[in-house]
Design a protein around this ligand. Structure first.
Ligand SMILES: [Fe+2]
Length: 203
């Protein structure tokens, strides 16, 4: 069905994140999984617009949250990945000197320490969910957070989000979530993360 929300194009080709995330995963994840969230969000919003009673609207809350969160989270996720510098394909994984590096060092001591703490917290999610590096809007410090299912990060400004649903890694990493989480740092787009950080400072 047609609707208000559409699947955003990836800012790189499906095989651009190899060998860290396979073409097969990227294609299915984008074309099938994300598209499904978009379609279901449009359907839920259309049903909500046509609803006439509180009961009907309450019944749509779960679908709006799940599919709306799925659309928001995946739209952020594609943009916080980039082809790997370690493969000479792009700037993924490279953290240059600047405000993001300074904020990471202030909060975690080093990038290596952030990765370690982020991976430990994200591995601790029971079932499906997301790992986040977020900016606390009150303290203006970076913090590591997790959300279950497709819940978007609402308490903090999302700087980096990592999908830890099985559909994000299983075809390549099977049950070894830790290998997926170690690999993904090679394709994290720290330039995009820094942009989110500096834009949030203007809020
Ligand atoms: Fe996903």
């Amino acid at each position: 069905m047609s609707g208000q929300h559409t699947l955003p194009d990836l800012p790189y080709s499906y095989d651009a994140l190899e060998p860290f995330i396979s073409r097969q995963i990227m294609e299915l994840h984008h074309k099938k999984h994300h598209q499904t969230y978009v379609n279901a969000l449009n359907a839920a919003e259309a049903a909500y617009a046509k609803s006439s009673t509180p009961k009907e609207r309450i019944a749509l809350q779960a679908a709006l949250k799940f599919n709306g969160g799925g659309h928001i989270n995946h739209s952020l996720f594609w943009k916080n990945l980039a082809p790997a510098a370690s493969e000479k394909k792009g700037h993924g994984g490279n953290l240059h000197d600047g405000p993001l590096k300074a904020a990471i060092e202030q909060a975690f001591g080093s990038l290596e320490n952030l990765k370690k703490e982020f991976n430990t917290a994200t591995l601790g999610i029971q079932g499906s969910g997301w790992g986040w590096l977020g900016l606390n809007p009150t303290t203006k410090r970076l913090e590591i957070l997790t959300t279950p299912n497709q819940d978007p990060l609402l308490t903090h400004v999302p700087i980096i989000g990592v999908d830890i649903w099985e559909h994000a890694f299983y075809l390549q990493y099977l049950n070894v979530k830790a290998d997926y989480l170690n690999a993904i740092w090679h394709v994290i787009d720290f330039q995009e993360a820094e942009k989110r950080l500096t834009e949030s400072a203007k809020l």
